[in-house]
Design a protein around this ligand. Structure first.
Ligand code: HEM
Length: 141
């Protein structure tokens, strides 16, 4: 589980994104579509070419949701409840895909933050994304 130190590191690193949220989100999505092509099947209605308006718009939404999650890090289930309903009941995203997006987000963060993306931060973000993924998947049963 996330320790107090993990939470502090996540808040710090998020504070360093400084307005690059849309870009980070779009890069994470683009990486996911390239590296895990079956994820594209959930977005048949999107223009999936790199940097498309839809990818940018969606990237911004995903990162905004993660920012909300960080603000409510001790109460993720409640903070992400609507999103959990959407992914489980409406979109029916196979939970395996959450790991793919998490991986790709981490690469996007690491390339942008360089040395600031230390092993400790990496581990904290990984735990945070696992916690988000389990909330998004908790309504599947
Ligand atoms: C929609 C967040 C993972 C597929 C959304 C929205 C948000 C979001 C904020 C927009 C909701 C709205 O408009 O009300 C997240 C977060 C994720 C995640 C935080 C994990 C960290 C995934 C994954 C997939 C996926 C792994 C599939 C590979 C979709 C699709 C939509 C959507 C298809 C609807 C897009 C549209 O038609 O505009 N997600 N998502 N999501 N998500 Fe996710």
């Amino acid at each position: 589980m996330l320790t107090a130190e993990d939470k502090k590191l996540i808040q710090q690193i998020w504070g360093k994104l400084g307005g690059a949220e849309e870009e980070i989100g779009a890069e994470a999505l683009t990486r996911m579509f390239y590296s895990y092509p079956p994820t594209k099947t959930y977005f048949p209605h999107f223009d999936l070419s790199s940097g498309s308006d839809q990818i940018r718009g969606h990237g911004k939404k995903v990162v905004a949701a993660l920012s909300t999650a960080i603000k409510n890090i001790d109460n993720l289930s409640q903070a992400l409840s609507e999103l959990s309903n959407l992914h489980a009941y409406n979109l029916r995203v196979d939970p395996v895909n959450f790991k793919f997006l998490s991986q790709c987000l981490q690469v996007a963060l690491a390339t942008r933050l360089g040395k600031d993306y230390s092993p400790e931060v990496h581990s904290a973000v990984d735990k945070f994304m696992s916690a988000v993924a389990s909330v998004l998947a908790e309504k599947y049963r």
